[in-house]
Design a protein around this ligand. Sequence first.
Ligand SMILES: NC(=O)NC(NC(N)=O)C(=O)[O-]
Ligand SMILES: [Zn+2]
Ligand SMILES: [Zn+2]
Length: 504
Amino acid sequence: MDYLQLRVLPLLALLASLIYFFYFQDSPTLFERSDCSLFPYNHYWIISKRIVTPHGVISGAVEVKEEKIVSIIKEEDWHGNLKKGQIIDYGEAVVMPGLIDVHAHLNDPGRTEWEGFPSGTRAAAAGGITTLIDMPLNNFPSTVSAETLKLKIDAAEKNIYVDVGFWGGLVPENAFDANSLEALLSAGALGLKSFMCPSGINDFPMTNSSHIKEGLSILAKYRRPLLVHAEIPQDSESHLEDGENDPRSYSTYLKTRPPSWEEAAIRELLTVSKDTRIGGPAEGAHLHVVHLSDAGSSLQLLKEAKSNGDSVTVETCPHYLAFSAEEIKDGDTRFKCAPPIRDAANKERLWTALLEGDIDMLSSDHSPSVPDLKLFDEGNFLKAWGGISSLQFVLPVTWSHGRQYGVTLEQLALWWSERPAKLAGQDLKGAIAVGNHADITVWEPNVEFELNNDLPVYLKHPSISAYMGSKLSGKVMSTFVRGNLVYKEGKHAPAACGAPILAT
Ligand SMILES: NC(=O)NC(NC(N)=O)C(=O)[O-]
Ligand SMILES: [Zn+2]
Ligand SMILES: [Zn+2]
């Protein structure tokens, strides 16, 4: 190699690398996103007349770069010259933070014939959910240790289309074993879940208030929540009067789980939740009551606990807001869940509590099973699997049934994104804000559709969903997870690139 080559070639290489760096670094075409996204750019703008931000709904643009939101500009401030990058203009469609479902049962590993991560998270993406927190039961084995959490994380690897976090289980076998609970939390469980009544599945036993007290004291060190299924059987009221116990009648089932079950459990919970007050022995822990159904004395007790400074929140679910006992037909076990869907007057009180902020957030409690366990042939409410299948529909259901109460887009973001993100300890999720993950849902509130076989339903067993056959408004158009367009009008990204969300 002569002198010339020795001197010139390095200079040419340097020149080429400088051109590459300065010209292509922002080029949206060069860094093709992998199969993780239906939109092959990593720097782009989302434009809409209705972007839901924590400071109100604006007409403007959200700048996304890689996985994050890097700027938000109101229309009156951008003067038409958005910086380089691709532009997706959604017109009047609503651009909202992705939904965060803190209560879903995906049954993976171990009962993937019931749902599983692939179908569950494809349905979530199609429903505008960008993060879901999976429950520790109905999968097998239950997620009650660091080892079983690892089984779940391994099962999720490359099988999740949206981000998935994990609750651990608080059960009698680990409640007094601080090392086991700490190992589970150190392994990344975002918090713990416990049942104060039989859970409906044998491999996840119930706990009592002494287990819960122990659990809260460990959770305090990690500043994470305990989620509780708050029902305690009250023998006095659950016996069916003779002759009025047709198992096909929904009212028969309703009588077996009266509001007193929820009230008794919440009353007992509040004897330990006071420890979560500032200065209390479990300060830093947080108690979250899942799927409240009773809007009477149970709700009143929770309001009092909050006013006393207990660190307590409560969720309800769309099925308690959409349906009432009076309309559930004999044998239609699609509507069986625990606690039960109560009467129309209770439903109205739940809406009032949600709108007034006494109920903090919403979750799906998507709890499917194989159709056989719903016993559709005999329609026996007392023996069928309890759980509502809803994951893909929670946004249109909340919107369709909430419009008559004046529900706003900001409230939807509060109930489905901002507050769930806080419960799950996700500071970079839950709002369209600079620095946050670009977890975004684009939907059309006025588009109406009927849930029938014409509409693609990605759940493993659509037939068990209580929503099939209903007319809804609010169609999800596109869903972005950390900047990847994972779903767009009936299409999913080729690869499942959701991330396991582990507590650090
Ligand atoms: N094992 C369950 O999935 N139970 C669930 N079932 C319902 N909600 O009917 C629940 O969340 O309690
Ligand atoms: Zn439950
Ligand atoms: Zn549940």
